[in-house]
Design a protein around this ligand. Structure first.
Ligand SMILES: CC(C)(COP(=O)(O)OP(=O)(O)OC[C@H]1O[C@@H](n2cnc3c(N)ncnc32)[C@H](O)[C@@H]1OP(=O)(O)O)[C@@H](O)C(=O)NCCC(=O)NCCS
Length: 158
């Protein structure tokens, strides 16, 4: 069973690892720790209870900042458990939290090449509201220059 919870300091190493593994420009443990002290940043984790020993296992997280509007900094689900509705659960919990805070909309940036995430957000009624050319720097392949990738700015009304 998956539960969505507010993240605590003991979850920071997991968050940093998953962020580094799956997204560009990852935050360090120090940056994540600093964000925990900010009142306008929320971090949630998805935990699975393993049947063998009842121990909790982290399988995903998200982080967003909010004032009148909110920005999703990161949403990542471990590859091995993707496509089982965990991303959806994390996002729903965030949307409920933001509605309670009277936030009007949620923005995010996503690479034009990230087809999984684009499909995920399109199904959840995020709309394209802008483009940021040369936003992500792709890792250099052997004998190649690094190349820049455009980010799409998506928005969902709450
Ligand atoms: C985007 C992401 C968070 C979705 O998490 P998830 O738990 O797999 O999502 P859900 O199971 O709730 O939703 C599944 C939907 O996501 C999209 N999706 C997920 N994996 C996909 C894949 N391999 N191929 C195509 N679409 C995919 C589809 O729209 C899918 O819906 P469908 O199963 O009906 O086709 C996850 O793929 C991920 O962590 N990606 C790497 C990090 C990332 O790019 N984050 C987003 C940028 S902030």
């Amino acid at each position: 069973m998956i539960q969505i919870k507010k993240a605590h300091t003991q979850d920071i190493p997991f968050i940093a690892l998953l962020w580094k593994d799956k997204l560009q420009a990852p935050w360090t443990e120090e940056m994540i720790k600093d964000s925990f002290d900010k009142e306008n940043v929320v971090t949630m984790i998805a935990v699975s209870e393993t049947p063998e020993n009842g121990k909790q296992r982290c399988v995903g997280f998200l982080m967003a900042s909010f004032l009148e509007e909110a920005e999703l900094y990161a949403l990542v689900v471990k590859k091995i458990v993707q496509r089982q509705g965990i991303g959806q659960r994390l996002l729903e919990n965030l949307l409920d939290f933001l509605k309670d805070k009277n936030v009007s909309s949620l923005f995010l940036e996503v690479s034009v090449e990230n087809t999984k995430a684009l499909s995920f957000y399109e199904k959840r009624e995020f709309k394209k509201v802008g483009e940021r050319p040369h936003y992500y720097l792709k890792e250099k392949q052997e004998n190649e220059e690094g190349s820049w990738v455009t980010a799409l700015v998506l928005r969902k009304s709450l």
